[in-house]
Design a protein around this ligand. Sequence first.
Ligand code: FES
Length: 175
Amino acid sequence: MDPTAPPAPPAPPAPPTPTPRRRFLGRMSLVLSGVIAAAATVPVVGFLLSPLTRKTPRVWRPVGRADTFTVGQTVNVVFEDASPLPWAGVTARTAAWLRRDATDRFTAFSVHCTHLGCPVRWVADAQLFLCPCHGGVYYADGTVSAGPPPRTLPQYPVRVREGQVEILTSPIPIA
Ligand code: FES
């Protein structure tokens, strides 16, 4: 060993080993952070996924007095969706084509085309429902006449209660 050589630098101090108390507090802080994160996340995820699991209620909605409809005519009626969101406003309103087939018999067709859901229009002169989006055509009984619609126009159950025509709201199947 060279006596004139400068002394070797001191070894760096060893990192302090955490005491059991500090280790315990560190783990507790991790566990508590996880619990708080879960408590904040689970309700939000549940709220976002709830429409997937919630069943649409079916509700009878009044659409007008029976004596205001003429036998043989098909008219557009508006009613409130069965499960409107509190903030939906006018978007909670939906519609149907209502036909008075006889004095005591009504038929209600969905306004939504079975292709991609565009609103169909009743053309009385042609006795057809026409879809403006891709040229879908339905006969007066709702069966497909031409175009891409894969199925007949869905119908809503209809009843007359105390002189009032009511439509049973239901989810409308779209292709
Ligand atoms: S949405 Fe009606 S034909 Fe396409």
